[in-house]
Design a protein around this ligand. Sequence first.
Ligand code: KIV
Ligand code: ZN
Length: 499
Amino acid sequence: MDNRIQIFDTTLRDGEQVPGCQLNTVEKIQIAKELESLGVDVIEAGFPVSSPGDFNSVVEISKAVTWPVICALTRAVEKDIDVAAEALQFAKRKRIHTGIGTSDYHIKYKFNSSREEILERAVHAVKYAKKYVEDVEFYAEDAGRTDEEYLARIVEAVIKAGATVVNIPDTTGYCLPEEYGAKIRYLFEHVDGIDKAIISTHCHNDLGMATANTFEGIRNGARQVEVTVNGVGERAGNTALEEIVMILKCHPSAGLYTNINTRKICPISRMVSNLMNMSVQPNKAIVGRNAFAHSSGIHQDGVLKNAQTYEIIDPKDIGLDQNSIVLTARSGHAALKYRLEVHGVRLSDERLDQVYREFLKLADKKKEVTDDDILMLAGDKRSDDHHIKVDWVQATSGVGMKPVASIGLDISGEKFEAAATGNGPVDAAVNAVKKIISKPVTLTEFTIQGVSKGSDDTCKVHMQVEHGGGMYYGFGCSTDIVAASIEAYVDALNKFSAV
Ligand code: KIV
Ligand code: ZN
């Protein structure tokens, strides 16, 4: 059996299902190109039937990328497969990923069907997809909770129907590592013709075991892993690409390897985090801000004497540039361009000029501008097409006084002003906006996070608002908490017509 593990990246499909973290087509192309230079084998570019935006992204990524296989997701439905085939028309190497729920929970409650009928639908979907492409992957959704014997029958049937890859998702993140590994082993022991297809892992992290489960899957014969950068994905996310790749690099005794250029791991991690506006948790394995920060005196002493005392990975191997130049108000265009390029961000001259102007404004407020700051500025074009814009906001708060805020909004060219009080400056500013907009809006989520460190730090704000039964997400960033919060609030309001 070949010991190379194929990396199937689903950041742009399963990863992008995170509420509030959606990417536009240009951003998806940027990530797809970076995934290509990282060396992934397959890019799952979207679910074309789900929206015109997803369809278009699959088309454009297919045109932009050369080497990786471009994969499009479908349900086991003919229309989905027709649309996926059309979206993949420009892909140099293409794959349709079709499938259906196979656990009794899915068969009974989702489909009100029977095991026999689901098996027939699975086989039909694979045969139907084969009319369009040679490379067809089948997923048995909720395989983690599917009866082993039945799963083996399905896997055997879809391979016979022509599936080249069979995906065994632990959709709910339920399995224990030993259990998931045993499931894969069972298939190798009981499925006739299993050598004609590649078995793939697809693990979710609901119990924090996605990486462990994926590792057990490949130890037991799977040769493709479905992963996302930074482990992004619905709920607790998917298996993190960087974790599984570095496990294999750090443990050559496992005898398994990937084609990934590990020096590109940090740049793509930052790119995904910035374009999705989704911070990486500081203690995240491999790519977290603290993953190589030694704070205890004993550890620092050891690392200075010999890094191997407390470091199992050379930071350079994952592209962590510890000698990063700190940018200040005196830094020029070239320094900004260089730092952005280190992180895989290449901008047109015109866009670089815009970002440079924003950089100078930020550098006026912050002594040292970090890589995180400039990456945020480079991804920040959110308000260009907003019909509600914040002209200005002012807030006063403190001890022994009632917080008060006033705001000026530009709504499709018309100017509005209002003032309000609240239990803090953000609450007061939000109340002032509410006085201007006439529709009922409820703030249902509000998170603030610093980007790096220091009281002069830039903060990122995520907000979710509810309006007319729909949920809308907004993002803002600034060195000023009130400005970032109002930017996020107004960004969310712009997602529907709030006036
Ligand atoms: O988690 C899952 O089961 C999936 C499938 C659609 C592949 O994402
Ligand atoms: Zn999934």
